[in-house]
Write a protein that binds this ligand. Structure first.
Ligand SMILES: [Zn+2]
Length: 240
C-alpha cells in the first residue's frame, strides 16, 4: 500500500513536469532549434542560427521581412566572377519597423543580414541609445556589405561572407541630437560610449552568427563585422 502511494506521487510529479515543459516550449519558440522563425518573437538561443538558415530560403526570408513591417525592398541579383554575388539582395529602407536609416543610404545586403539588422535596430540599438544617451539613433554608419574578396583581402583561402553580401561592417551611430558614436574613436571613449558600444556588440551576438569587434584584432579596430555565416542548426556563434 505504501509502495503504491509512492508510485502515485512519483507519477503525478512526472505528469506535472511534462505539462510544465510543454507550456515552457510553447512560450519559448526562440529557444528551441526546431520551431519556425517569427521576427515578432523575442530574441533567443537559436534566433541567430535561424536567421542564418534563411540564406537557403529567400522566399521565406522576404515574407518574414514584410510580415514584420519592414520598409525594405528586394534588390536585383548580382554576380561577380565565379565565387561572388547574391540572389537574395534587399535594399534597406527607412520607416515603419526600421527606426534608423543607413549612412550612406542605398545599402544592399542579403536577406538574412537585412532581417538581423531589423531586429538589431529595434531590439538592441534603440533601447541602448535611449538608456545611455536619452535619444534615439537616427543613422547607422556602415562601410558596405557586398565585396568580392577573400578573408582579409588575401589572394588565396576562403571567401569572405562579404562576397555573398552575407556580412556588413558597422562604423558608428548618429544620434538624434547630432552626436555620433564611432567604433574607432569611442571604443575606449567615455564610460557611456564604451557601455553603449559593448551593449550593441553583445546584442548583435544574439542575432548574427559572427560578430568581430576591436576586442578581436587590429583589423577590426574601426568597425564591427557582422555576418550570417551558416554555422549549422546547433546554434554555434563567434562573438569576439
Ligand atoms: Zn566585414
Amino acid at each position: 500500500m505504501r509502495r503504491g502511494a509512492i508510485w502515485f506521487v512519483l507519477l503525478s510529479l512526472l505528469v506535472v513536469a511534462v505539462i510544465e515543459l510543454r507550456a515552457w516550449f510553447d512560450r519559448h519558440p526562440q529557444d528551441l532549434p526546431w520551431t519556425r522563425l517569427d521576427l515578432h518573437d523575442p530574441v533567443g538561443r537559436f534566433t541567430a542560427a535561424k536567421l542564418a538558415a534563411l540564406g537557403s530560403s529567400p522566399a521565406q526570408c522576404r515574407s518574414l521581412l514584410s510580415a514584420a513591417g519592414s520598409p525594405d525592398r528586394p534588390a536585383p541579383s548580382r554576380t561577380a566572377g565565379t565565387e561572388c554575388g547574391y540572389e537574395d539582395g534587399i535594399r534597406l529602407g527607412l520607416g515603419r519597423a526600421r527606426e534608423a536609416g543607413f549612412s550612406p543610404a542605398g545599402l544592399v545586403t542579403s536577406c538574412p543580414v537585412a532581417s538581423a539588422l531589423l531586429l538589431w535596430d529595434e531590439r538592441v540599438i534603440q533601447p541602448a541609445a535611449l538608456h545611455h544617451f536619452g535619444v534615439a539613433v537616427i543613422a547607422i554608419q556602415h562601410a558596405g556589405s557586398f565585396s568580392c574578396r577573400r578573408l582579409y583581402g588575401r589572394n588565396a583561402g576562403p571567401w569572405s561572407e562579404h562576397a555573398t553580401a552575407d556580412a556588413v561592417d558597422i562604423l558608428g551611430f548618429r544620434l538624434a541630437d547630432g552626436r555620433t558614436v564611432s567604433v574607432l574613436r569611442d571604443w575606449r571613449g567615455s564610460a557611456e560610449e564604451q557601455a553603449f558600444l559593448r551593449r550593441v556588440r553583445g546584442g548583435a551576438c544574439r542575432l548574427f552568427t559572427t560578430v568581430l569587434s576591436p576586442d578581436y584584432n587590429a583589423a577590426h579596430r574601426d568597425h564591427l563585422h557582422l555576418d550570417t555565416a551558416n554555422r549549422g542548426p546547433a546554434g554555434w556563434r563567434a562573438c569576439r
